[in-house]
Design a protein around this ligand. Structure first.
Ligand SMILES: [Zn+2]
Length: 328
């Protein structure tokens, strides 16, 4: 099931594929990640992109895989549905994916953006949990908290009987839910997020985190969302992030918890390319006939974002050290 071969201290990855596998950024991205010493959480919508990205990250033992199951896209998994046939088919296809790819990554994260409206009935939760319980394969599948009711999400996870299925706590999504949907202030939202982490980690299965900061007063320049900010740049801050993950640390120890520093690209991070990097991008512009300036701009933004993530990882390691008593 869950591999801990690489040791409990080696449990942090960061988001790969900031541009959904657009060539030639993958090579560029993995080169930078290699230099800053962090492995990837692959982010994929299709089997083809999954193969491409697994190839690009073949030397990263810590990698995890983020599967987006949006309607109409190839994965198109749907477990939160009264349609038993659709749920069974989803479990079959996802189990098959785990059998094929399960030993190639430390965990698979399912981002299922369905059923976010209102509360679920007990029968709906039972159905959802029963559908997820049919998933069986190599590796662990982490059901990400996206936008549903957090209490319902915890109930569903706790009713799942398959050992292959556990929880991915997206700190920013949860915090944002309590701020925006429930109208709580910063401290109230931190407290509630922390409580969800406590309950979901008490189930005893491995937990994966998506770690990022959130600032409700400003949206991302083109996605509009307030989260996926560098740690310390939002309302949560490093203290808030520490408060939120602490119960998982207490309930599960170090070797059942993994983290993805999930930061989005932002133009203000841009950093100048080296001569070699610029030459690669120039060559790509010529070969592909694409706009040279746009390619250079994107590459500068990607580079700066990963350099920022390198700092985040350092800060996050300090949080983990403090929690484990290793810090000052
Ligand atoms: Zn996430």
């Amino acid at each position: 099931m869950y591999s801990t071969e690489v040791g409990p201290d080696e449990n942090i990855v960061c988001k790969l594929d900031l541009y959904r596998g657009r060539e030639p950024y993958l090579q560029f991205e993995t080169d930078i990640m290699d230099r800053i010493g962090i492995d990837a959480e692959i982010n994929t919508h299709t089997y083809e992109a999954l193969d491409t990205q697994l190839r690009a990250t073949k030397d990263m033992p810590l990698r995890t895989v983020h599967l987006r199951a949006d309607p109409g896209e190839p994965f198109n998994y749907n477990f939160n549905t009264p349609d038993q046939q659709v749920a069974r088919d989803s479990a079959y296809r996802l189990s098959e994916l785990l059998d094929t790819y399960g030993d190639k990554a430390r965990g698979f994260i399912l981002h299922e953006e369905r059923g976010g409206e209102g509360r679920m009935t007990e029968a709906e939760k039972d159905n959802y949990a029963a559908a997820l319980s049919r998933i069986d394969g190599k590796g662990t599948l982490f059901l990400e908290y996206c936008s549903s009711d957090p209490d319902d999400w915890v109930d569903v996870i706790s009713r799942v009987t398959s050992d292959s299925v556990s929880a991915c706590v997206d700190i920013g999504h949860l915090y944002q839910h309590f701020r925006a949907q429930k109208g709580l202030d910063r401290d109230g939202a931190v407290e509630r997020t922390r409580d969800v982490v406590d309950r979901v980690s008490k189930i005893g299965k491995p937990v994966h985190f998506h770690v990022h900061d959130c600032d409700m007063t400003q949206g991302h320049p083109w996605y509009g969302i307030p989260d996926h900010l560098p740690l310390g740049d939002g309302e949560l801050g490093l203290e808030g992030i520490k408060d939120v993950i602490e119960p998982a640390y207490r309930n599960l120890g170090t070797d059942k918890v993994t983290y993805n520093i999930e930061i989005l690209l932002r133009p203000e991070y841009s950093q100048a390319l080296s001569k070699e990097e610029a030459d690669d991008m120039e060559r790509y512009a010529v070969e592909s006939g694409k706009d040279r300036k746009e390619i250079i701009n994107d590459a500068e933004m990607i580079k700066g974002t990963y350099e920022s993530i390198a700092t985040e990882v350092g800060e996050f390691r300090e949080i983990l050290d403090e929690l484990s008593g290793k810090g000052a």
